[in-house]
Design a protein around this ligand. Structure first.
Ligand code: SF4
Length: 219
């Protein structure tokens, strides 16, 4: 009989190969790929990649909150453009979005990572994918291994069936997917999906740094 540990090890071996393929292809696409075992190791890794006093900004992300990165950014080591600071008006938040393009480092997660080494993201406002594409000198992407998918088709499917509906629920949006749990490509005013982006081979080597975490994080 195959014991539980043996099954776990078999599964681990498959996951390790998937992670290895993904990291190798991220590197081929000129992105830095870093692996850490669990969420407790993320803040130290992030701190190694940012200098004290840098201008830092972050996109909306459950993963950054779950790994303690958001708290670390607010702790006074950096000049943090905090879009969640209490009492900000809509205009001030928009101002932070624009200032973020001048950040030394921008932190975010990603909606999916393909084994071909691509990042796939869908944005409503667009500030997050815009900063990932151009502006900040360095971009740190933190993602759990639950975000890894085989290819671009699976990335699209992951966003339609998991990431976007879950985010619509989190943001309390009145969209069909908050009721059905999957995307129906709605036409309502509350729609959160506007810009669909794929990051393939990057022009500037290692500008984007992907920290893959060996557990499930965010959506
Ligand atoms: S397009 Fe509409 S239905 Fe589809 S995930 Fe986005 S908000 Fe939900």
């Amino acid at each position: 009989m195959i014991g539980v540990n043996a099954v776990d090890n078999n599964l681990k071996s498959v996951i390790n190969k998937q992670v290895e393929r993904t990291m190798n292809n991220l590197v081929k696409n000129n992105m830095m790929a870093i692996y850490v075992e669990n969420r407790d190791q993320v803040v130290d890794k992030v701190a190694e990649l940012i200098k004290e006093g840098e201008l830092v900004a972050a996109g909306g992300s459950m993963t950054l909150a779950e790994t303690g990165v958001l708290e670390h950014l607010k702790a006074g080591h950096y000049n943090f453009l905090d879009r969640h600071a209490k009492g900000l008006t809509r205009e001030q938040i928009e101002e932070i979005y624009r200032k973020s393009f001048f950040a030394d480092t921008y932190l975010t997660s990603t909606n999916a990572i393909t084994e071909d080494g691509e990042l796939y993201n869908v944005d409503g406002n667009g500030n997050r994918v815009a900063a990932m594409i151009y502006g900040p000198k360095s971009v740190i992407v933190v993602a759990g291994i639950n975000k890894i998918v085989r290819n671009e088709d699976e990335a699209v499917e992951r966003v339609r069936r998991i990431a976007a509906p879950a985010n619509a629920v989190r943001l309390n949006k009145d969209t069909p997917c908050t009721k059905t749990g999957y995307c129906v490509d709605c036409r309502v005013d509350d729609r959160i999906c506007s810009s669909y982006t794929v990051f393939r081979q990057q022009k500037y080597k290692d500008r984007i740094k992907v920290i893959l975490v060996g557990e499930s994080l965010g959506y």
